[in-house]
Ligand binder design. Structure first.
Ligand code: UT7
Length: 335
């Protein structure tokens, strides 16, 4: 917990934005490509449709669009930004970092930046990183972005995974503040479970070869059932811990924004927590699917647009994904 004391610099979210590609891919569309159906996808995941980026539309483009909206919401000019962190597992390229492409597109002439790789937990780890930089006094204004073109790493022949993912982006502007905005946080990883959810090739372990293509190693591989069980346990435990560390109870939480992987995971997490939390859970995976690092900021910004988040609301975010990795953050929105 970030205790209050005189002269301490706090970090606070001042604006949010999101972007989703125009093209909608419905469950019925998918049923034409793999052996699946709308009923199975809706009842097992809660997903009805997802957005798919154009072939010439990249993670950096979606990140830039979301960031532009977040800057406008915060009333911050691009040249005021000191730091850009892009959480993504689908960067435009291995390097340069997507953050550099965003910096150039926005004209953030005074910013440095980098990409952060932590799959579905990436946005919360990026927010935690930016918070530390701001609280240390080294950075005043940070753009924290989650953006993904998961359609580029989806195996469109595998029904177990291709029905789950979508493309999109979300962003927040975080600034130094006299009042605490980031109230508590908790992050974790367990690399012993790295094989549960991975994209095996494209790195140095399996450089691109005819064999890696034949073995379909450039796509997401996941043990769905095991991931599901770990997700429920870890997200519920993390939620309990960060709410307690913020000095709050679940009654004080105005909105919970969980990683949007599967409605059944969200329902199971809510059921494990004190109070009637499900009505406080923001869900948009029915329309966007699982957008990995983009899912929480896309949901945050959409929730604000829909009037579900107002200044001073206490918002609980929890995420879980490849690594394994997880995180939770409680914020007071625009304190
Ligand atoms: O982003 C963070 C990380 N990811 C997650 O959190 C995902 C976590 N896992 C899940 O959301 C779920 O495990 C899935 C949605 C991936 C799968 O749901 P499930 O209830 O665990 O299904 P299952 O894998 O146990 O499969 C049940 C059956 C199988 O058939 P049999 O063996 O019972 O005959 C599958 O082959 O459903 C079959 N199946 C499908 N059927 C129609 C699997 N995918 C599909 C499909 N359409 N798309």
């Amino acid at each position: 917990m970030h205790a209050m004391s005189n002269g301490k610099i706090y970090a606070a979210i001042r604006g949010a934005g999101h972007y989703a590609p125009e093209r909608v891919l419905t469950n019925d569309d998918l049923a034409k490509v793999v052996e699946t159906n709308d009923e199975w996808i809706r009842t097992r995941t809660g997903i009805s449709q997802r957005r798919i980026a154009r072939p010439d539309e990249y993670t950096s483009d979606m990140a830039t669009a979301a960031a532009r909206m977040a800057l406008a919401d915060a009333g911050v000019a691009p040249d005021e930004v000191d730091l850009i962190v892009v959480a993504t597992c689908t960067p435009d390229m291995i390097f340069p970092a997507t953050a550099c492409l965003v910096q150039n597109a926005l004209g953030c002439t005074h910013a440095y930046g980098f990409d952060l790789s932590s799959a579905c937990s990436g946005f919360l780890m990026a927010l935690e990183t930016a918070t530390g930089a701001i609280e240390s006094g080294r950075v005043r204004t940070a753009l924290v972005i989650g953006a993904e073109k998961l359609s580029s790493i989806t195996d469109w022949t595998k029904r177990e995974t291709c029905v789950l993912f979508g493309d999109g982006a979300g962003a927040v502007v975080v600034q130094a503040s006299e009042r605490p905005g980031i109230l508590s946080s908790q992050m974790g990883v367990d690399g012993a479970l790295a094989d549960m959810l991975s994209l095996p090739a494209s790195g140095c372990r399996h450089p691109a070869s005819e064999q890696t293509l034949a073995d379909r190693l450039h796509y997401v591989h996941m043990s769905g059932g095991k991931t599901f069980k770990s997700a429920v346990r870890v997200m519920a435990d993390t939620a309990v811990q960060v709410v307690r560390d913020a000095g709050l109870t679940f009654d004080d939480i105005d909105l919970m924004v969980p990683h949007q992987a599967n409605l059944r995971i969200i329902e199971a997490v809510a059921a494990r927590l004190e109070g009637d939390l499900l009505p406080k859970c923001f869900v948009n995976l029915d329309r966007f699917g699982n957008t990995s690092g983009a899912s929480i900021p896309l949901a945050l910004s959409e929730a604000q647009t829909l009037g579900r988040i107002k200044p001073h609301d206490k918002v609980l975010m929890v995420a879980f994904g490849g690594g394994l990795s997880w995180g939770g953050i409680v914020v007071e929105w625009k304190p």
